[in-house]
Design a protein around this ligand. Structure first.
Ligand code: GLC
Length: 721
C-alpha cells in the first residue's frame, strides 16, 4: 500500500478509530481468541468496551498460526475499514526452541550465534503468526540483585551494543518487508531500566546525563542504527520523570536527536502508572503526558481510549499529535505487508515442521555450550564416561532451566541435566538423588543423597535458582544459593570425592560456599531447551568451554554495584604508594569482584605474547595497529576471546580504568599460535565531556589485551593533535 493510500486511509478514519490504533490489548480481550495467551503484567479493569475492541490496533501475547489467523479474521470482519491487527509477543530468547537467556548469550561473545538464535526465534514465531517481538532487551545492568539481569547482556556498553546489533539482524533479516520468516524487533526498555536503586525492579533511576549517554544509551542506539523498527518505554523514572511521560527523552533525544521515526510503545500499564509515579493527577493527565512525549501505543491500560478525544475537544492536545502516532502504526503495518496479506508468515502446516525442529535444537545446544562459563576446574574436568557418576541436587532432573522469559518453551521438550548425562554415562554407572529442593531440604533427603554418592568417582551437583527467583519482579537482596543447597555441598564434600557444581541461575551469585567447596564450577545460567545436552557436552569434553563473563560476580552483595569499567578514585587501593588506611577500600572484603568481567576458563591454556603497537603515537586522521600472539599451550583445541581494552589516562573528566573496545573469538589447535590484529581509530577514544560534547582529547592512552578485564598486558600511546 503506497504512502498515499495510508494517508487516504487516515482521512477516512473517525477519531475513535484513530485512537483505537493506539491501544494494545492482551489476547483475552480479543474475539476469536481461544486461550488467554501470555499475560505478563497486572490484568486490571481497563474500561475498554466492546466498541473500542473492534478498533484496537494490536495484540500482545498471542501465538499459534491457527489462533492468530482466527483472531485476525474475526477482527477484520468487524473492523469498518479492514485495518489488520499487529501481533506482538515476547520472543526474548526463542519461541518454542528456547536458547540460553540473553545474559548467557552475552557470555558467548559469539555474534554469529547470537544472530542465528534470533533468526531461528523469528522463523518459529513468524510461521506461528507473530509479527513483532519485544526484543532485544539491551538494558545495561551492574546490579545482580535486579531480577532482569538475566534478560540483559551485562555490564559493558560495547558488548551490549554488538549483541543488540546481532539480535536485530537476526530478528529482522536484511529486509523484514520481504522476508516473511522474520519479525520486526522492538528494543527495550528505553531508558536505563537496568539501573534501579537497590536493584529493586521498577525503582528509581537517577544519573547524570553524561553517565546516561556514556554507559546506558549506546546499546539502544546500536539497535536503532541496525534498523530496529520499534522502541518500548521503561517503567522507571529517569532523573525525576517517568520514561513513559518523558518528553526530553522521547521527543528531544529519541526522535529529534537520534531521528527515530518508528513506533514507540509503552510497557505494560506504564501510561497509567504515571499516576502512582506522581506526575499525573488522573488517567486523563496520564494520557496527555504520554501522547505529548510521543508514546504511540498504550499497552494494556485505557487512558488513551478514555481521554484522548476529550483532550482534543478541549484543545489540550492537537488531533495532529494523534494522527502522527496513527500514521507510524499504519506505516509499520504497511511495511510488514499486512494490508495485502494480514496473515503475513502464518502457516499452520509449515509451523509443524519448523517449530522445535532438529536443526533448531542443534543450534540451541551449540549456543548453550558456548554460553556456559567454566569458573573453576581443579583438574577434575573433563570427565570420562568410565567414571562412576553421582548426580545430586535440585537440578539433577529438574526441567526448570529455560528461564523466566521462555513463555512457550515447554519443560516436556527440555533436556534436563540427567537426560544430558545419560547420553554419556551408562545407566549402571549413574546414581541420582536430589538431596534437597531449590529452597529447602530434609535430613532424610540429605542422607539419601550422601548414600547415593558413596560409590561414585565424581559427584555432579545440579544447583541454582528457580526461574521465578529472577526475571521481571524477581529481585533478591541475598544473592547466595539457598542455604539447603549450600548445606548439600558441604555434606557431599565430606565424602572426599571430586565435586563438580553446575549452576542454573539468572544472575551473578555470591559464590561463597560453592567456589571454595567444589573442585569445579560450571556456570550454565538458564541454558534453554537443550541445556542438559550442552552441559554434558562440556562436562565430558565434547565441547571445550569458551564462555567469558559478561557481568562481574561480586565478592558479596555488599560490594554491589561492582563492575570492571569503574573510576580510579583519588586514593586507589592498588596505587604504588597506597597507605594502609586512607585508601578506597572495605575493611572486611576486597575491592575486586569474586570473578571479573571477561573471565572464563578452558580445558586448555593460552599464552599471550609480543603485544606490539605500530607506533607510540597516532593522530585523529590515522589509526594505530595493535597485534598480539596467542598460543594454545595445552592439550585441547579451544576458543579464546581475545579482549582489547583502552584507558584514557587523563581526560577532561575522570575516565574508567579500562573500557572494552574490541574483541575477537578465535579457535586454536594445541600448540598453535595466531597473531591477532586490532586497529584503533580516534572515534574509539571519544567520550562525553562535561558539556556532553562527544570528542577525544590529545594525550596519553593505555591499550591492554588479555583473556579478561583483569589479566591484561598493557602498552602506552599518545594521541597527538
Ligand atoms: C512486561 C515487560 C516487558 C514486556 C511487556 C509485554 O511488563 O516489562 O519487557 O515486553 O510487559 O509482555
Amino acid at each position: 500500500m503506497a504512502d498515499n493510500h495510508i494517508a487516504s486511509l487516515l482521512e477516512q478514519m473517525t477519531l475513535n478509530e484513530k485512537i483505537g490504533q493506539l491501544v494494545q490489548l492482551a489476547t483475552p480481550f480479543l474475539k476469536g481468541a481461544s486461550d488467554g495467551g501470555q499475560i505478563t503484567g497486572p490484568m486490571k479493569n481497563m474500561g475498554i468496551d466492546e466498541e473500542s475492541i473492534k478498533d484496537t490496533g494490536s495484540v500482545l501475547g498471542a501465538s499459534g498460526a491457527e489462533e492468530i489467523m482466527n483472531i485476525q479474521n474475526t477482527h477484520l470482519a468487524e473492523n469498518r475499514l479492514g485495518i489488520p491487527l499487529l501481533f506482538m509477543s515476547d520472543i526474548i530468547h526463542g519461541y518454542k526452541t528456547i536458547f540460553p537467556v540473553p545474559l548467557a548469550i552475552g557470555c558467548s561473545w559469539d555474534m554469529e550465534l547470537a544472530e542465528k538464535s534470533a533468526e531461528i526465534a523469528a522463523n518459529e514465531a513468524a510461521v506461528s503468526g507473530v509479527h513483532v517481538t519485544f526484543s532485544p532487551m539491551v538494558d545495561l545492568s551492574r546490579d545482580p540483585r535486579w531480577g532482569r539481569v538475566m534478560e540483559s547482556t551485562g555490564e559493558d556498553p560495547y558488548l551490549n551494543s554488538e549483541i543488540a546489533r546481532a539480535y536485530v539482524r537476526g530478528f529482522q533479516g536484511e529486509d523484514v518487508t520481504r522476508d516473511l520468516g522474520r519479525l520486526a524487533a522492538c528494543v527495550k526498555h528505553f531508558a536505563a531500566y537496568g539501573a534501579p536503586e537497590g536493584g529493586r525492579d521498577y525503582n528509581t533511576v537517577d544519573m547524570s546525563e553524561r553517565q546516561l549517554r556514556e554507559m546506558y544509551l549506546p546499546a539502544y542506539k546500536a539497535a536503532l542504527d541496525e534498523g530496529c523498527e520499534m522502541v518500548m518505554t521503561s517503567f522507571n523514572i529517569l532523573n525525576g520523570v517517568p520514561a513513559t511521560g518523558n518528553k526530553p527523552l522521547m521527543r528531544d533525544l529519541l526522535r529529534d536527536e537520534w531521528g527515530f521515526d518508528g513506533v514507540l510503545i509503552s510497557d505494560w500499564g506504564a501510561v497509567k502508572e504515571l499516576i502512582p509515579h506522581g506526575v499525573a493527577e488522573d488517567e486523563k493527565e496520564a494520557a496527555q503526558k504520554a501522547i505529548t512525549a510521543g508514546v504511540d501505543i498504550e499497552m494494556m491500560t485505557g487512558c488513551y481510549t478514555s481521554h484522548l478525544q476529550g483532550l482534543i475537544e478541549e484543545g489540550a492536545i492537537d488531533e495532529e499529535t494523534v494522527d502522527e502516532a496513527v500514521l507510524r502504526i499504519l506505516q509499520l503495518k504497511q511495511k510488514l505487508g499486512l494490508f495485502d496479506n494480514p496473515h503475513r508468515g502464518a502457516d499452520p502446516a509449515l509451523e509443524e515442521q519448523v517449530v522445535l525442529c532438529a536443526e533448531h535444537r542443534s543450534a540451541a545446544r551449540e549456543l548453550a555450550a558456548k554460553s556456559s562459563v567454566l569458573l573453576k576446574n581443579d583438574r577434575v574436568l573433563p570427565l570420562n564416561p568410565n567414571q562412576k557418576v553421582s548426580l545430586i541436587g535440585p537440578f539433577a532432573r529438574d526441567a526448570d532451566i529455560l528461564g523466566p522469559w521462555s513463555w512457550l518453551g515447554a519443560e516436556e521438550d527440555t533436556v534436563t541435566l540427567e537426560d544430558g548425562l545419560r547420553q554419556y554415562v551408562n545407566p549402571d554407572r549413574l546414581t541420582i538423588a536430589p538431596g534437597c529442593s531449590v529452597e529447602s531440604g530434609t535430613e532424610e533427603d540429605m542422607q539419601a543423597a550422601v548414600h547415593a554418592a558413596e560409590e561414585a568417582d565424581v559427584i555432579i551437583l545440579g544447583l541454582g535458582e528457580r526461574s521465578y527467583m529472577s526475571g521481571e519482579a524477581g529481585c533478591r537482596a541475598d544473592i547466595r544459593l539457598p542455604d539447603a543447597q549450600l548445606k548439600l555441598i558441604e555434606r557431599v564434600k565430606s565424602l572426599g570425592k571430586s565435586v563438580v557444581a553446575v549452576l542454573f541461575n539468572g544472575r551473578p551469585l555470591d559464590l561463597h560456599g560453592v567456589l571454595d567447596e567444589a573442585d569445579a564450577v560450571l556456570e550454565a545460567w538458564y541454558p534453554g531447551t537443550e541445556g542438559g545436552s550442552a552441559v554434558a557436552d562440556l562436562l565430558f569434553g565434547a565441547v571445550n568451554p569458551s564462555g567469558r563473563l559478561a557481568m562481574s560476580f561480586p565478592y558479596t552483595v555488599g560490594q554491589v554495584p561492582v563492575y570492571y569499567n569503574h573510576f580510579n578514585t583519588g586514593r586507589p587501593k592498588d596505587a604504588p604508594d597506597a597507605q594502609e588506611r586512607f585508601v578506597s577500600q572495605y575493611l572486611d572484603i576486597p575491592n575486586e569482584p569474586m570473578l571479573p568481567f571477561g573471565f572464563g576458563l578452558s580445558y586448555t591454556t593460552y599464552e599471550y605474547s609480543n603485544l606490539t603497537l605500530s607506533s607510540d603515537t597516532m593522530t585523529a586522521w590515522d589509526s594505530l595497529h595493535v597485534s598480539v600472539n596467542v598460543t594454545n599451550t595445552g592439550e585441547a583445541a579451544g576458543e579464546e576471546v581475545v579482549q582489547l581494552y583502552i584507558r584514557d589516562v587523563a581526560g577532561e573528566i575522570v575516565r574508567p580504568v579500562n573500557e572494552l573496545k574490541d574483541f575477537q573469538k578465535i579457535v586454536l589447535e594445541p600448540g598453535e599460535t595466531k597473531t591477532i590484529a586490532f586497529t584503533i581509530t580516534e572515534d574509539q577514544l571519544r567520550y562525553h565531556h562535561a558539556n556532553l560534547d562527544y570528542t577525544s582529547d590529545p594525550g596519553r592512552f593505555q591499550v591492554s589485551i588479555g583473556p579478561n578485564s583483569q589479566n591484561i598486558t598493557t602498552r602506552t600511546f599518545t594521541l597527538t593533535d
